[in-house]
Design a protein around this ligand. Structure first.
Ligand code: PMP
Length: 315
């Protein structure tokens, strides 16, 4: 789909996957005017396909587009485009239990812009790819390192929206962490360097007894759709959930820590290294992480009743 600045998107068409042409002075290439989304389609036992809360991705893209001075497709257009793309790529949705089809909507300033300004034209496209587990560990504990110097977001910046530059900002810390054998990086707030923010591509939760705490959404972390869903699932399972400032010190005496995201689903954290000190959370997968993972994935794969009305079924 394409539109001019200030305009509205009109229905686009399906195209075979391949390179796209961009003007060298396109807004996305020069000034990072780009936003993306990520969602997954699972195949059910009966062959039908399930999407999980696609309208939430459409809404998040709209909020992000406003921050990035871009027009955006309506939520209806977004969801329709996702459905059309998935249906056209039905054969790439893996069989039940063998992974999912990852869906990547991308909104970008595609028009020429030499002096710093919003692009005069925009393109919205979607591509898909079958995927397995995000972390090579699968549903096994991941090992994080707390980053004390580099930050992915600042107050007033763009950390709360899914813009491409946020991911460029984490590449250095993430690559260094991976080279040292860690799965990913846990970021702290850049003002106090004390409160948990999130991981490069997922949100974080800390479990202590019946209380599950997660950093509040305050502009510097991404409002994850899995995060929002897990908060509801956890409450429905009888846990107390708090969205608040969570201090890095709380990692020391937590029972369990886990991450959430479309790609990572619910990933238990096995250890966290902070200022050279490693805190471990048992040898296995925490019981709370396991329970929430099971409830959420069963729902996403159509193995349990969708009482929340979160899934969209495609035939
Ligand atoms: N934080 C960041 C920085 C992310 O990239 C993602 C993945 N979209 C998340 C959190 C989790 O969001 P969601 O649950 O919507 O995938």
């Amino acid at each position: 789909m394409k539109c001019a600045r200030g305009g509205t998107f009109s229905k686009g068409e399906l195209q075979r996957f391949g390179n796209i042409e961009l003007n060298p002075s396109a807004g996305i290439l020069n000034y990072g005017q780009g936003l993306f989304e990520g969602l997954k389609a699972y195949r059910k036992q009966d062959g039908n396909i399930l999407l999980f809360r696609p309208e939430e991705n459409g809404l998040r893209m709209q909020v992000g587009a406003e921050r990035m001075c871009m027009p955006s497709p309506t939520v209806e257009q977004f969801v329709e485009a996702v459905k059309d793309t998935v249906l056209a790529n039905k054969r790439w949705v893996p069989p039940p239990g063998k992974g999912s089809l990852y869906i990547r909507p991308l909104l970008m300033g595609s028009g020429p812009v030499l002096g710093l300004a919003p692009s005069p034209e925009y393109t919205f496209l979607i591509y898909v790819s079958p995927v397995g587990n995000y972390f090579k560990e699968g549903l096994a504990p991941i090992n994080l390192i707390v980053e004390n110097e580099l930050h992915r977001a600042t107050p007033g910046g763009t950390g709360g929206v899914k813009t491409i530059g946020n991911y460029a900002a984490v590449l250095k810390a993430q690559s260094e962490a991976k080279a040292k054998g860690y799965s990913d990086v846990l970021y702290l707030d850049c003002v106090h360097k004390r409160y948990l923010e999130e991981v490069s591509s997922c949100n974080i939760f800390v479990v202590k007894g019946n209380l599950i705490s997660t950093p509040a959404i305050k502009g510097t972390i991404l409002p994850g759709i899995t995060r929002k869903s897990i908060i509801d699932v956890a409450r429905s399972q009888g846990f107390q959930v708090e969205e608040r400032f969570v201090s890095v010190d709380e990692l020391l005496d937590a029972d369990e820590v886990f991450c959430t995201g479309t790609a990572v689903v619910v990933s238990p954290v096995g250890s966290i290294t902070y200022l050279g000190k490693r805190v471990s959370y048992g040898n296995g997968i925490g019981v709370v992480s396991q329970q929430l993972y099971t409830v959420l994935t069963r729902l996403q794969m159509g193995l349990s009743a969708d009482e929340m009305n979160w899934t969209v079924e495609l035939r």
